[in-house]
Design a protein around this ligand. Sequence first.
Ligand code: FAD
Ligand code: SIN
Length: 523
Amino acid sequence: MQKKVDFLIIGSGIAGLTFALKVAEFGKVCIITKTKVDETNTRYAQGGIAAVTSFPDSFEKHISDTLSCGDGYCNPEVVKMVVNEAPKLIQELIEWGTNFDKKPDGLYDLAKEGGHTEHRILHHKDNTGFEIQRALIEKAKKHSNIEILDFHYAVDIITQHHLGYTVIRHQTEVECYGAYVLNMKNNVIETVLAKTIFIATGGIGNIYQHTTNPSIATGDGIAMVYRAKGIVENMEFVQFHPTALYNQGERPAFLITEALRGFGAILRTSDGKEFMHKYDKRGSLAPRDIVARAIDTEMKIRGDEFVYLDATHLNEKELISHFPNIYNKCQSLDIEITKNFIPVAPAAHYLCGGIKINLNGKTSIHQLYAGGECASSGLHGANRLASNSLSEAVVFAHRASQECISIFKNIPFKENIPNWNDEGTTLPEELILITQEFRELQQIMTYYVGIVRSNLRLNRAFNRLELLYKETEELYQRSTISDKLCELRNAINIAYLIIKMAKRRRESRGLHYTIDYPTKLKI
Ligand code: FAD
Ligand code: SIN
Protein backbone atom coordinates (compact mmCIF):
# COMPACT_ATOMS: atom_id res chain seq x y z
CA MET A 1 0.00 0.00 0.00
CA GLN A 2 1.32 3.46 -0.92
CA LYS A 3 0.28 6.79 0.53
CA LYS A 4 1.31 10.26 -0.68
CA VAL A 5 1.38 13.40 1.48
CA ASP A 6 3.04 16.79 1.25
CA PHE A 7 4.51 16.64 4.75
CA LEU A 8 5.35 13.44 6.61
CA ILE A 9 6.09 13.84 10.32
CA ILE A 10 7.50 11.02 12.42
CA GLY A 11 6.66 11.70 16.06
CA SER A 12 3.81 13.37 17.95
CA GLY A 13 5.64 15.22 20.73
CA ILE A 14 6.10 18.97 20.97
CA ALA A 15 8.40 19.13 17.93
CA GLY A 16 6.27 17.01 15.59
CA LEU A 17 2.95 18.61 16.54
CA THR A 18 4.27 22.19 16.37
CA PHE A 19 5.68 21.53 12.91
CA ALA A 20 2.40 19.90 11.85
CA LEU A 21 0.21 22.80 12.95
CA LYS A 22 2.32 25.21 10.92
CA VAL A 23 2.62 23.29 7.65
CA ALA A 24 -1.01 22.13 7.73
CA GLU A 25 -2.08 25.54 6.47
CA PHE A 26 -0.33 24.73 3.18
CA GLY A 27 -0.72 21.05 2.38
CA LYS A 28 -1.61 17.52 3.39
CA VAL A 29 0.04 16.33 6.59
CA CYS A 30 0.50 12.84 7.99
CA ILE A 31 1.84 12.33 11.52
CA ILE A 32 2.88 8.85 12.45
CA THR A 33 3.45 7.86 16.04
CA LYS A 34 4.46 4.48 17.34
CA THR A 35 2.03 4.09 20.22
CA LYS A 36 -0.67 6.37 21.57
CA VAL A 37 -0.47 9.90 20.25
CA ASP A 38 0.25 11.33 23.70
CA GLU A 39 2.86 8.80 24.80
CA THR A 40 5.93 10.98 24.33
CA ASN A 41 8.78 12.42 26.38
CA THR A 42 6.97 15.73 26.04
CA ARG A 43 4.06 14.50 28.10
CA TYR A 44 6.36 13.74 31.07
CA ALA A 45 8.12 17.13 31.14
CA GLN A 46 7.74 18.63 34.58
CA GLY A 47 9.82 21.75 35.24
CA GLY A 48 8.77 23.86 32.27
CA ILE A 49 9.96 25.82 29.27
CA ALA A 50 12.74 28.39 29.52
CA ALA A 51 12.47 31.85 27.97
CA VAL A 52 13.12 35.47 28.78
CA THR A 53 9.79 37.11 29.47
CA SER A 54 10.41 39.89 31.98
CA PHE A 55 12.89 42.16 33.72
CA PRO A 56 15.39 41.69 35.47
CA ASP A 57 16.02 38.75 33.14
CA SER A 58 17.61 39.49 29.77
CA PHE A 59 18.55 37.67 26.57
CA GLU A 60 22.21 38.18 27.51
CA LYS A 61 21.73 36.33 30.81
CA HIS A 62 19.88 33.39 29.22
CA ILE A 63 22.56 33.17 26.51
CA SER A 64 25.34 33.29 29.08
CA ASP A 65 23.71 30.57 31.28
CA THR A 66 23.21 28.30 28.25
CA LEU A 67 26.81 28.76 27.07
CA SER A 68 28.23 28.23 30.53
CA CYS A 69 26.21 25.05 31.06
CA GLY A 70 27.26 23.73 27.61
CA ASP A 71 30.89 23.80 28.81
CA GLY A 72 32.41 25.54 25.80
CA TYR A 73 30.73 23.32 23.25
CA CYS A 74 27.55 25.21 22.25
CA ASN A 75 27.23 26.94 18.90
CA PRO A 76 26.92 30.60 20.03
CA GLU A 77 24.96 31.56 16.91
CA VAL A 78 22.33 28.92 17.65
CA VAL A 79 22.17 29.85 21.33
CA LYS A 80 21.55 33.49 20.47
CA MET A 81 18.91 32.57 17.92
CA VAL A 82 16.97 30.17 20.15
CA VAL A 83 17.02 32.51 23.15
CA ASN A 84 15.82 35.40 20.99
CA GLU A 85 13.09 33.48 19.18
CA ALA A 86 11.74 31.33 22.03
CA PRO A 87 9.48 33.95 23.69
CA LYS A 88 7.49 34.54 20.47
CA LEU A 89 6.99 30.84 19.87
CA ILE A 90 5.99 30.18 23.47
CA GLN A 91 3.43 32.97 23.07
CA GLU A 92 2.09 30.95 20.13
CA LEU A 93 1.78 27.86 22.36
CA ILE A 94 -0.29 30.01 24.72
CA GLU A 95 -2.48 31.22 21.85
CA TRP A 96 -2.96 27.58 20.82
CA GLY A 97 -4.39 26.84 24.28
CA THR A 98 -1.50 26.00 26.63
CA ASN A 99 -1.92 27.31 30.16
CA PHE A 100 1.09 28.39 32.21
CA ASP A 101 0.74 29.27 35.92
CA LYS A 102 0.34 32.90 36.87
CA LYS A 103 0.78 34.71 40.18
CA PRO A 104 -2.08 36.64 41.81
CA ASP A 105 -0.77 39.84 40.15
CA GLY A 106 -1.37 38.24 36.71
CA LEU A 107 2.31 37.85 35.83
CA TYR A 108 3.73 34.45 34.95
CA ASP A 109 4.97 32.48 37.95
CA LEU A 110 8.53 31.86 36.77
CA ALA A 111 10.51 28.97 38.23
CA LYS A 112 14.26 28.48 38.52
CA GLU A 113 16.31 25.36 37.82
CA GLY A 114 19.97 24.32 37.92
CA GLY A 115 22.37 26.55 35.98
CA HIS A 116 19.85 29.43 35.59
CA THR A 117 20.81 32.74 37.17
CA GLU A 118 17.23 34.04 36.95
CA HIS A 119 13.70 32.79 37.42
CA ARG A 120 12.70 32.27 33.75
CA ILE A 121 10.84 28.97 33.47
CA LEU A 122 7.19 29.05 32.49
CA HIS A 123 5.38 26.04 33.88
CA HIS A 124 2.04 24.43 34.55
CA LYS A 125 2.25 23.10 38.13
CA ASP A 126 4.73 20.21 37.97
CA ASN A 127 3.27 18.74 34.77
CA THR A 128 4.08 21.31 32.09
CA GLY A 129 4.65 18.74 29.35
CA PHE A 130 1.26 17.14 29.87
CA GLU A 131 -0.41 20.53 29.46
CA ILE A 132 1.54 21.40 26.29
CA GLN A 133 0.88 17.96 24.79
CA ARG A 134 -2.84 18.27 25.58
CA ALA A 135 -3.19 21.66 23.91
CA LEU A 136 -1.24 20.63 20.80
CA ILE A 137 -3.13 17.37 20.32
CA GLU A 138 -6.50 19.07 20.72
CA LYS A 139 -5.58 21.60 18.04
CA ALA A 140 -4.02 19.07 15.67
CA LYS A 141 -7.05 16.77 15.89
CA LYS A 142 -9.32 19.61 14.77
CA HIS A 143 -7.27 20.42 11.66
CA SER A 144 -8.75 18.95 8.50
CA ASN A 145 -5.34 18.73 6.77
CA ILE A 146 -3.76 16.66 9.56
CA GLU A 147 -4.04 12.89 9.70
CA ILE A 148 -2.62 11.23 12.82
CA LEU A 149 -1.75 7.54 12.50
CA ASP A 150 -1.20 6.07 15.94
CA PHE A 151 0.39 2.64 16.44
CA HIS A 152 2.35 3.16 13.23
CA TYR A 153 6.05 2.45 13.52
CA ALA A 154 8.59 4.02 11.12
CA VAL A 155 11.01 1.27 10.19
CA ASP A 156 13.31 3.15 7.82
CA ILE A 157 13.39 6.35 5.83
CA ILE A 158 13.35 5.80 2.08
CA THR A 159 16.41 7.01 0.15
CA GLN A 160 18.26 6.17 -3.08
CA HIS A 161 19.49 3.03 -1.31
CA HIS A 162 16.02 1.56 -1.74
CA LEU A 163 16.16 2.23 -5.48
CA GLY A 164 19.25 0.07 -5.71
CA TYR A 165 21.89 2.83 -5.72
CA THR A 166 24.68 1.24 -3.78
CA VAL A 167 27.28 3.94 -4.31
CA ILE A 168 26.65 7.40 -3.02
CA ARG A 169 29.83 9.39 -3.25
CA HIS A 170 29.17 11.83 -0.44
CA GLN A 171 26.90 12.00 2.58
CA THR A 172 25.31 15.20 1.27
CA GLU A 173 24.02 13.45 -1.87
CA VAL A 174 21.44 11.36 -0.06
CA GLU A 175 17.78 12.26 -0.70
CA CYS A 176 14.77 11.21 1.35
CA TYR A 177 11.46 10.29 -0.31
CA GLY A 178 9.37 9.07 2.61
CA ALA A 179 9.36 6.17 5.03
CA TYR A 180 8.47 2.52 5.35
CA VAL A 181 5.94 2.33 8.14
CA LEU A 182 4.71 -0.73 10.02
CA ASN A 183 0.99 -0.48 10.69
CA MET A 184 1.00 -2.20 14.07
CA LYS A 185 -2.76 -2.75 13.89
CA ASN A 186 -2.52 -5.18 10.95
CA ASN A 187 1.24 -5.86 10.73
CA VAL A 188 1.48 -4.55 7.16
CA ILE A 189 4.44 -2.40 6.12
CA GLU A 190 3.16 0.61 4.21
CA THR A 191 5.09 2.98 1.96
CA VAL A 192 4.49 6.63 2.79
CA LEU A 193 5.87 9.01 0.17
CA ALA A 194 6.28 12.68 0.97
CA LYS A 195 7.74 15.87 -0.42
CA THR A 196 9.40 16.75 2.88
CA ILE A 197 9.92 14.61 5.97
CA PHE A 198 10.29 15.89 9.54
CA ILE A 199 11.82 13.52 12.07
CA ALA A 200 10.82 14.24 15.68
CA THR A 201 11.30 10.86 17.30
CA GLY A 202 12.63 12.08 20.66
CA GLY A 203 15.22 10.58 22.99
CA ILE A 204 17.12 7.42 23.83
CA GLY A 205 16.71 6.93 27.60
CA ASN A 206 15.64 3.31 27.30
CA ILE A 207 19.07 2.09 26.41
CA TYR A 208 19.78 2.49 30.14
CA GLN A 209 18.33 0.51 33.06
CA HIS A 210 17.22 3.59 34.96
CA THR A 211 15.59 6.32 32.94
CA THR A 212 12.99 9.05 33.26
CA ASN A 213 11.95 8.42 29.64
CA PRO A 214 8.88 6.41 28.65
CA SER A 215 9.48 3.21 26.69
CA ILE A 216 9.06 4.93 23.29
CA ALA A 217 12.49 6.56 23.72
CA THR A 218 14.72 4.12 21.85
CA GLY A 219 16.48 6.48 19.44
CA ASP A 220 14.69 5.18 16.32
CA GLY A 221 14.95 8.38 14.27
CA ILE A 222 18.66 8.81 14.92
CA ALA A 223 19.35 5.17 14.02
CA MET A 224 17.29 5.47 10.82
CA VAL A 225 19.22 8.55 9.73
CA TYR A 226 22.56 6.95 10.61
CA ARG A 227 21.63 3.86 8.54
CA ALA A 228 20.72 6.17 5.65
CA LYS A 229 24.21 7.69 5.90
CA GLY A 230 23.07 10.99 7.42
CA ILE A 231 25.32 12.87 9.84
CA VAL A 232 24.89 12.16 13.55
CA GLU A 233 27.02 13.94 16.18
CA ASN A 234 27.73 14.54 19.89
CA MET A 235 26.21 11.24 20.99
CA GLU A 236 28.58 10.95 23.96
CA PHE A 237 26.73 13.74 25.76
CA VAL A 238 23.99 11.79 27.56
CA GLN A 239 22.38 13.77 30.36
CA PHE A 240 21.54 12.02 33.62
CA HIS A 241 18.92 13.80 35.70
CA PRO A 242 20.25 14.01 39.25
CA THR A 243 16.95 13.46 41.02
CA ALA A 244 14.72 10.65 39.83
CA LEU A 245 12.63 9.14 42.62
CA TYR A 246 14.35 6.04 43.97
CA ASN A 247 11.72 3.33 43.69
CA GLN A 248 13.36 0.10 42.60
CA GLY A 249 12.02 -1.47 39.44
CA GLU A 250 9.79 1.47 38.40
CA ARG A 251 10.07 2.26 34.66
CA PRO A 252 10.11 5.04 33.72
CA ALA A 253 11.62 6.42 36.89
CA PHE A 254 9.40 9.16 38.27
CA LEU A 255 11.13 12.53 38.06
CA ILE A 256 11.49 14.88 40.99
CA THR A 257 11.79 18.13 39.08
CA GLU A 258 14.81 20.35 39.46
CA ALA A 259 12.31 23.14 40.06
CA LEU A 260 11.87 21.67 43.54
CA ARG A 261 15.52 22.51 44.21
CA GLY A 262 14.83 25.91 42.61
CA PHE A 263 12.07 26.23 45.22
CA GLY A 264 14.55 25.57 48.02
CA ALA A 265 14.85 21.79 48.45
CA ILE A 266 18.33 20.58 49.46
CA LEU A 267 20.31 17.44 48.65
CA ARG A 268 21.55 15.38 51.61
CA THR A 269 23.47 12.14 52.04
CA SER A 270 21.90 9.15 53.82
CA ASP A 271 23.17 10.51 57.17
CA GLY A 272 21.34 13.78 56.54
CA LYS A 273 24.37 15.92 55.67
CA GLU A 274 24.40 18.55 52.91
CA PHE A 275 27.16 17.83 50.39
CA MET A 276 26.75 19.89 47.22
CA HIS A 277 28.81 22.85 48.52
CA LYS A 278 31.86 20.52 48.39
CA TYR A 279 31.43 20.27 44.62
CA ASP A 280 30.14 23.66 43.45
CA LYS A 281 29.43 27.03 45.01
CA ARG A 282 25.94 26.98 43.48
CA GLY A 283 25.17 24.01 45.75
CA SER A 284 22.04 21.98 44.91
CA LEU A 285 21.34 24.29 41.95
CA ALA A 286 24.59 23.73 40.07
CA PRO A 287 24.23 22.50 36.44
CA ARG A 288 23.07 18.91 36.05
CA ASP A 289 26.33 17.31 35.02
CA ILE A 290 27.97 18.57 38.22
CA VAL A 291 25.08 17.57 40.53
CA ALA A 292 24.67 14.11 38.97
CA ARG A 293 28.40 13.43 39.28
CA ALA A 294 28.46 14.64 42.88
CA ILE A 295 25.54 12.34 43.79
CA ASP A 296 27.21 9.45 41.97
CA THR A 297 30.42 10.06 43.95
CA GLU A 298 28.62 10.28 47.31
CA MET A 299 26.64 7.11 46.61
CA LYS A 300 29.82 5.25 45.66
CA ILE A 301 31.73 6.46 48.74
CA ARG A 302 28.95 5.24 51.04
CA GLY A 303 27.76 2.24 49.07
CA ASP A 304 24.29 3.83 48.97
CA GLU A 305 21.75 3.47 46.19
CA PHE A 306 20.26 6.94 46.69
CA VAL A 307 20.69 10.30 48.37
CA TYR A 308 17.92 12.42 49.85
CA LEU A 309 16.15 15.53 48.72
CA ASP A 310 14.90 17.53 51.67
CA ALA A 311 11.84 19.75 51.18
CA THR A 312 10.66 19.52 54.80
CA HIS A 313 11.65 23.10 55.66
CA LEU A 314 9.55 24.63 52.86
CA ASN A 315 6.14 26.22 53.29
CA GLU A 316 3.76 23.26 53.32
CA LYS A 317 0.84 24.89 51.53
CA GLU A 318 2.97 26.38 48.76
CA LEU A 319 4.93 23.17 48.34
CA ILE A 320 1.78 21.13 47.77
CA SER A 321 0.19 23.71 45.49
CA HIS A 322 3.31 24.05 43.28
CA PHE A 323 4.15 20.35 43.13
CA PRO A 324 0.85 18.44 43.43
CA ASN A 325 1.92 15.48 41.29
CA ILE A 326 5.16 14.95 43.16
CA TYR A 327 3.27 15.28 46.44
CA ASN A 328 0.67 12.69 45.39
CA LYS A 329 3.18 10.29 43.88
CA CYS A 330 5.38 10.34 46.99
CA GLN A 331 2.33 10.01 49.23
CA SER A 332 1.31 6.89 47.29
CA LEU A 333 4.67 5.43 48.40
CA ASP A 334 4.17 6.56 52.02
CA ILE A 335 6.61 9.45 51.66
CA GLU A 336 5.06 12.60 53.14
CA ILE A 337 7.32 15.19 51.50
CA THR A 338 6.44 17.90 54.01
CA LYS A 339 7.85 15.67 56.75
CA ASN A 340 10.10 13.04 55.13
CA PHE A 341 13.18 13.29 52.91
CA ILE A 342 12.67 12.02 49.35
CA PRO A 343 15.07 9.25 48.20
CA VAL A 344 16.50 10.14 44.78
CA ALA A 345 19.15 8.83 42.38
CA PRO A 346 20.36 9.89 38.92
CA ALA A 347 18.66 8.40 35.84
CA ALA A 348 19.29 8.68 32.10
CA HIS A 349 17.22 11.62 30.96
CA TYR A 350 18.19 13.46 27.79
CA LEU A 351 20.44 13.16 24.75
CA CYS A 352 22.25 16.38 23.81
CA GLY A 353 23.55 15.05 20.49
CA GLY A 354 21.71 13.39 17.63
CA ILE A 355 20.92 14.10 13.99
CA LYS A 356 22.98 17.08 12.92
CA ILE A 357 20.76 19.95 11.72
CA ASN A 358 21.44 23.45 10.43
CA LEU A 359 19.75 26.68 11.54
CA ASN A 360 16.59 25.70 9.63
CA GLY A 361 16.38 22.18 10.97
CA LYS A 362 17.71 20.61 7.78
CA THR A 363 19.71 17.40 8.14
CA SER A 364 22.55 16.37 5.83
CA ILE A 365 19.94 14.46 3.77
CA HIS A 366 17.86 16.35 1.19
CA GLN A 367 14.14 16.84 1.95
CA LEU A 368 14.79 15.53 5.48
CA TYR A 369 14.42 17.83 8.50
CA ALA A 370 14.65 17.08 12.20
CA GLY A 371 13.76 18.80 15.45
CA GLY A 372 13.35 18.21 19.16
CA GLU A 373 15.40 15.75 21.16
CA CYS A 374 16.50 13.55 18.24
CA ALA A 375 18.26 16.53 16.65
CA SER A 376 21.60 18.11 17.41
CA SER A 377 21.28 21.82 16.73
CA GLY A 378 24.31 23.09 18.63
CA LEU A 379 22.18 24.67 21.39
CA HIS A 380 23.11 22.36 24.25
CA GLY A 381 26.79 21.77 23.65
CA ALA A 382 28.21 19.28 26.14
CA ASN A 383 25.41 19.72 28.69
CA ARG A 384 21.86 21.02 28.30
CA LEU A 385 20.61 23.84 30.48
CA ALA A 386 17.41 22.73 32.21
CA SER A 387 14.13 23.45 30.39
CA ASN A 388 15.91 24.57 27.21
CA SER A 389 14.79 21.50 25.24
CA LEU A 390 11.13 22.41 24.94
CA SER A 391 12.16 25.90 23.77
CA GLU A 392 14.60 24.39 21.28
CA ALA A 393 11.86 22.08 19.95
CA VAL A 394 9.44 24.93 19.16
CA VAL A 395 12.10 27.14 17.61
CA PHE A 396 13.42 24.45 15.26
CA ALA A 397 9.97 23.08 14.43
CA HIS A 398 9.03 26.60 13.40
CA ARG A 399 12.17 27.21 11.35
CA ALA A 400 11.99 23.83 9.62
CA SER A 401 8.30 24.36 8.85
CA GLN A 402 9.02 27.70 7.16
CA GLU A 403 11.70 26.16 4.92
CA CYS A 404 9.53 23.14 4.06
CA ILE A 405 6.59 25.40 3.20
CA SER A 406 8.83 27.35 0.83
CA ILE A 407 10.17 24.30 -1.04
CA PHE A 408 7.57 21.53 -1.03
CA LYS A 409 5.62 22.66 -4.12
CA ASN A 410 8.71 22.24 -6.29
CA ILE A 411 9.45 18.71 -5.10
CA PRO A 412 7.87 15.86 -7.10
CA PHE A 413 6.96 12.56 -5.44
CA LYS A 414 9.61 9.97 -6.24
CA GLU A 415 8.43 7.32 -8.68
CA ASN A 416 9.20 3.59 -8.71
CA ILE A 417 9.75 3.17 -5.00
CA PRO A 418 9.55 -0.55 -4.30
CA ASN A 419 7.30 -1.83 -1.57
CA TRP A 420 8.93 -3.37 1.51
CA ASN A 421 10.28 -6.78 0.71
CA ASP A 422 10.02 -9.36 3.49
CA GLU A 423 10.32 -12.45 1.34
CA GLY A 424 11.86 -15.42 3.09
CA THR A 425 11.41 -14.00 6.60
CA THR A 426 9.48 -15.69 9.38
CA LEU A 427 8.23 -14.72 12.81
CA PRO A 428 11.02 -14.85 15.42
CA GLU A 429 10.72 -18.20 17.17
CA GLU A 430 11.00 -16.72 20.67
CA LEU A 431 10.21 -13.12 21.52
CA ILE A 432 12.04 -13.57 24.81
CA LEU A 433 15.28 -13.40 22.80
CA ILE A 434 14.52 -9.78 21.94
CA THR A 435 13.52 -8.87 25.51
CA GLN A 436 16.62 -10.50 26.94
CA GLU A 437 18.99 -8.82 24.48
CA PHE A 438 17.43 -5.46 25.36
CA ARG A 439 18.07 -6.12 29.05
CA GLU A 440 21.68 -7.01 28.34
CA LEU A 441 22.09 -3.82 26.36
CA GLN A 442 20.69 -1.76 29.25
CA GLN A 443 23.09 -3.45 31.65
CA ILE A 444 26.09 -2.80 29.44
CA MET A 445 25.23 0.87 29.07
CA THR A 446 24.45 1.31 32.76
CA TYR A 447 27.58 -0.38 34.11
CA TYR A 448 30.10 0.76 31.53
CA VAL A 449 28.81 3.94 29.85
CA GLY A 450 27.27 5.89 32.72
CA ILE A 451 28.05 9.13 34.51
CA VAL A 452 31.74 8.34 35.08
CA ARG A 453 33.59 6.63 32.22
CA SER A 454 37.01 5.13 31.55
CA ASN A 455 38.80 3.61 28.57
CA LEU A 456 38.58 0.20 30.19
CA ARG A 457 34.82 0.44 30.71
CA LEU A 458 34.18 1.81 27.22
CA ASN A 459 36.24 -0.96 25.63
CA ARG A 460 34.36 -3.59 27.62
CA ALA A 461 31.07 -2.07 26.53
CA PHE A 462 32.21 -2.04 22.91
CA ASN A 463 33.25 -5.70 22.92
CA ARG A 464 30.06 -6.88 24.58
CA LEU A 465 27.95 -4.78 22.25
CA GLU A 466 29.54 -6.39 19.22
CA LEU A 467 28.07 -9.75 20.16
CA LEU A 468 24.61 -8.28 20.69
CA TYR A 469 24.93 -6.51 17.34
CA LYS A 470 25.80 -9.69 15.46
CA GLU A 471 23.05 -11.74 17.07
CA THR A 472 20.44 -9.05 16.46
CA GLU A 473 21.43 -8.42 12.83
CA GLU A 474 21.18 -12.12 12.17
CA LEU A 475 17.74 -12.25 13.80
CA TYR A 476 16.64 -9.14 11.87
CA GLN A 477 17.68 -10.56 8.49
CA ARG A 478 15.62 -13.71 8.90
CA SER A 479 12.63 -12.34 10.85
CA THR A 480 9.38 -10.66 9.94
CA ILE A 481 9.54 -7.05 11.07
CA SER A 482 8.12 -6.15 14.47
CA ASP A 483 8.36 -2.92 16.42
CA LYS A 484 10.21 -4.65 19.27
CA LEU A 485 12.84 -6.11 16.97
CA CYS A 486 13.36 -2.77 15.23
CA GLU A 487 13.62 -0.98 18.57
CA LEU A 488 16.27 -3.41 19.74
CA ARG A 489 18.24 -2.98 16.53
CA ASN A 490 17.99 0.81 16.78
CA ALA A 491 18.94 0.85 20.46
CA ILE A 492 22.05 -1.20 19.72
CA ASN A 493 22.87 1.25 16.96
CA ILE A 494 22.49 4.19 19.37
CA ALA A 495 24.66 2.48 22.00
CA TYR A 496 27.31 1.90 19.36
CA LEU A 497 27.32 5.60 18.41
CA ILE A 498 27.53 6.72 22.05
CA ILE A 499 30.42 4.39 22.82
CA LYS A 500 32.25 5.17 19.59
CA MET A 501 32.02 8.94 20.12
CA ALA A 502 32.85 8.62 23.84
CA LYS A 503 35.98 6.60 23.00
CA ARG A 504 37.04 9.29 20.53
CA ARG A 505 36.78 12.12 23.06
CA ARG A 506 40.08 12.27 24.93
CA GLU A 507 39.01 14.82 27.53
CA SER A 508 36.32 15.35 30.15
CA ARG A 509 33.77 17.90 29.08
CA GLY A 510 30.22 18.50 30.29
CA LEU A 511 28.35 15.23 30.44
CA HIS A 512 31.28 13.18 29.19
CA TYR A 513 33.50 12.56 32.22
CA THR A 514 36.31 10.03 32.01
CA ILE A 515 38.87 9.20 34.68
CA ASP A 516 41.49 8.65 31.98
CA TYR A 517 41.35 12.24 30.70
CA PRO A 518 39.97 14.23 33.64
CA THR A 519 40.69 17.68 32.15
CA LYS A 520 39.37 19.64 29.19
CA LEU A 521 41.21 20.17 25.94
CA LYS A 522 41.55 23.73 24.60
CA ILE A 523 39.17 24.48 21.72
P1 FAD B 1 8.95 13.28 22.14
O1 FAD B 1 8.06 14.17 22.89
O2 FAD B 1 9.68 12.26 22.90
O3 FAD B 1 8.10 12.55 21.02
C1 FAD B 1 8.68 11.52 20.26
C2 FAD B 1 7.63 10.96 19.34
O4 FAD B 1 8.24 10.15 18.36
C3 FAD B 1 6.60 10.06 20.02
O5 FAD B 1 5.34 10.39 19.49
C4 FAD B 1 6.98 8.65 19.58
O6 FAD B 1 5.92 7.75 19.52
C5 FAD B 1 7.49 8.95 18.20
N1 FAD B 1 8.38 7.93 17.65
C6 FAD B 1 9.61 7.54 18.08
N2 FAD B 1 10.10 6.58 17.29
C7 FAD B 1 9.16 6.33 16.35
C8 FAD B 1 9.07 5.44 15.26
N3 FAD B 1 10.03 4.57 14.96
N4 FAD B 1 7.93 5.46 14.51
C9 FAD B 1 6.92 6.29 14.79
N5 FAD B 1 6.96 7.16 15.81
C10 FAD B 1 8.06 7.18 16.57
N6 FAD B 1 12.52 19.44 28.82
C11 FAD B 1 12.30 20.74 29.14
O7 FAD B 1 12.64 21.63 28.37
N7 FAD B 1 11.66 21.05 30.30
C12 FAD B 1 11.26 20.12 31.20
O8 FAD B 1 10.68 20.44 32.22
C13 FAD B 1 11.52 18.76 30.90
N8 FAD B 1 11.17 17.79 31.78
C14 FAD B 1 11.33 16.48 31.42
C15 FAD B 1 10.88 15.49 32.28
C16 FAD B 1 10.95 14.16 31.89
C17 FAD B 1 10.47 13.09 32.84
C18 FAD B 1 11.48 13.82 30.63
C19 FAD B 1 11.54 12.40 30.19
C20 FAD B 1 11.96 14.80 29.79
C21 FAD B 1 11.90 16.14 30.17
N9 FAD B 1 12.35 17.15 29.34
C22 FAD B 1 12.14 18.46 29.67
C23 FAD B 1 12.86 16.84 28.01
C24 FAD B 1 11.74 17.07 27.00
O9 FAD B 1 10.53 16.62 27.54
C25 FAD B 1 12.01 16.33 25.70
O10 FAD B 1 13.30 16.59 25.26
C26 FAD B 1 11.03 16.80 24.62
O11 FAD B 1 9.71 16.69 25.10
C27 FAD B 1 11.20 15.96 23.38
O12 FAD B 1 10.18 16.30 22.49
P2 FAD B 1 10.19 15.67 21.04
O13 FAD B 1 9.02 16.24 20.33
O14 FAD B 1 11.52 15.83 20.45
O15 FAD B 1 10.01 14.09 21.29
C1 SIN C 1 13.01 18.91 35.45
O1 SIN C 1 11.87 19.33 35.61
O2 SIN C 1 13.84 18.81 36.34
C2 SIN C 1 13.41 18.51 34.07
C3 SIN C 1 13.72 19.72 33.30
C4 SIN C 1 14.46 19.37 32.05
O3 SIN C 1 14.82 18.22 31.81
O4 SIN C 1 14.72 20.32 31.30
